[in-house]
Ligand binder design. Structure first.
Ligand SMILES: [Zn+2]
Length: 459
């Protein structure tokens, strides 16, 4: 979207522009093989575990061959020996770290940027990454995502409230307490996730009650703030309106999930799939998390890279032909479960997805900024290898940066600062420290945000 033009347009035209923007991106998503995959996944819904594993093996074999043929990086590192096309031998292949990907992207890509759907975000690990998807992979991913949501009645066009990381408001909107934009074509209302602040929350709730969305999608930390405010201030949300809530990008604790469910009177159903293109883990109507074996291979490994029940998640994703992810250490941990589920989906179960800690920075001007929005400050920047935001004072954030001198420049710095200002407002003091490394926690986990003033923030 042409941001400068967008900002000066009146509200009604901004709505039209958002509609047009979505129309364009939806055209890629829902075209081509999207329908084919919807039908296929629907047909495969009740496959037995044996059938699912057979399908997974077939997809794995052809994916590995594809990567060796089309990606210079994998061509140099993997061999065409038939044993490597068997999942049972996967541990013989090297593990790919985020840093491996970042520094070798040019040789990993199998397609030029012009033919790709570009995904630009570093997830919640503070590292920037730009991956390319083929159109077909992108369509397959959306088919899988929509199939999951359709288990709860959702289809594109249903009345939906969306909490995404896009900065959609102007000062005029804020002055008139209007924290949303509407896409009339697809019946989606986008609520700003940059203004989740006590003074503004009553307007969000009032508008949500008026809009009567059947589905809520987006950052769960923001939906949680709304639910908490509603519960604490007796602003009851009507029953029987919302059918399901689908969190994206962040994990949510069972307690917070419960709060959201009790406020909106419906279930919250989670799914896991990163912007780099990880295979899917989806929650079913029985509230169990299933590994989708049709979407990739999930390995759970201990610190010596030996298979275990609870440990780091290493993925091979079949929908990453543009930027193949083979044994990719995605930076999250999961715990497997030996139970089975009666929902009809015979994919194995996950007990818990660990490691994506709920955290935020706080701005007195704009409220809580969640991890998803913090990691998106990397959008359209270059040469920032990693960063960490620490908050010890209400009006100041210290940002430690590891930069790559060749690609980092003034323009990139300005963009990074602008992205921050969009989220925390102009009054926040931003202090940058250029460092050569950022230590991880005792647990071994990297934290993108360290908020040391939570006791000062009124919940
Ligand atoms: Zn189930």
């Amino acid at each position: 979207m042409k941001e400068k033009l967008y900002k000066v347009l009146p509200h009604i035209f901004q709505n039209s522009l958002i509609t047009l923007y979505n129309y364009k991106s939806n055209r890629i998503r829902y075209r081509g093989n999207y329908k084919h995959y919807r039908t296929l996944f629907n047909e495969n819904k009740n496959l037995s575990l044996v059938e699912l594993k057979k399908l997974q093996q077939e997809k794995y074999g052809s994916f590995i061959s594809f990567a060796i043929k089309n990606s210079t990086y994998f061509n140099e590192r993997l061999s065409l020996d038939p044993q490597f096309k068997e999942i049972k031998n996967i541990s013989k292949l090297p593990i790919l770290s985020k840093e491996n990907i970042r520094t070798n992207l040019d040789t990993i890509y199998t397609i030029p940027k012009t033919e790709a759907v570009v995904s630009k975000t570093g997830g919640t690990t503070g590292k920037s990454l730009e991956v390319y998807f083929t159109h077909e992979d992108f369509q397959e991913r959306f088919a899988m995502l929509d199939n999951f949501r359709s288990n709860f009645g959702y289809e594109l066009g249903k009345r939906t409230a969306w909490f995404s990381g896009k900065n959609i408001l102007t000062n005029r909107d804020i002055k008139s307490n209007r924290f949303w934009k509407k896409d009339y074509l697809y019946n989606v209302k986008y609520y700003s996730t940059f203004h989740i602040k006590k003074d503004y929350l009553p307007y969000y709730i009032k508008d949500l009650i008026k809009f009567q969305p059947e589905y809520l999608v987006g950052f769960p930390s923001n939906i949680l703030e709304i639910a908490k405010y509603g519960l604490n201030n007796d602003l009851a949300f009507p029953k029987g309106v919302v059918k399901a809530i689908f969190p994206t990008a962040e994990s949510i604790s069972p307690m917070n999930k419960g709060l959201i469910e009790s406020y909106f009177h419906c279930g919250v159903y989670d799914q896991y799939a990163s912007s780099e293109g990880a295979p899917f883990i989806i929650e079913c109507a029985n509230k169990k998390l299933h590994l989708e074996l049709q979407s990739g291979v999930f390995e759970v490994l201990d610190s010596n890279n030996k298979p275990t029940n609870s440990g780091k998640l290493v993925v091979t994703s079949f929908t990453t032909h543009g930027t193949p992810l083979i044994r990719y250490d995605i930076g999250d941990s999961i715990e497997l479960s030996s139970e089975t589920c009666s929902c009809g989906n015979n994919n194995p179960l996950v007990k818990e997805i660990l490691g994506r800690i709920d955290d935020y920075v706080f701005s007195p001007e704009t409220g809580k900024i969640n991890l998803g929005n913090v990691s998106n400050t990397l959008k359209d920047t270059q040469g920032i290898v990693k960063f960490q935001a620490t908050q010890n004072e209400l009006d100041k954030i210290i940002i430690k940066l590891i930069i790559d001198d060749e690609n980092f420049n003034e323009k990139s710095k300005k963009r990074f600062i602008d992205n921050w200002t969009d989220r925390v407002g102009k009054k926040m003091q931003l202090e940058f420290e250029y460092v050569s490394s950022i230590p991880v926690e005792k647990s071994g986990k990297f934290r993108l945000v360290k908020n040391n003033i939570k006791h000062l923030i009124d919940n």
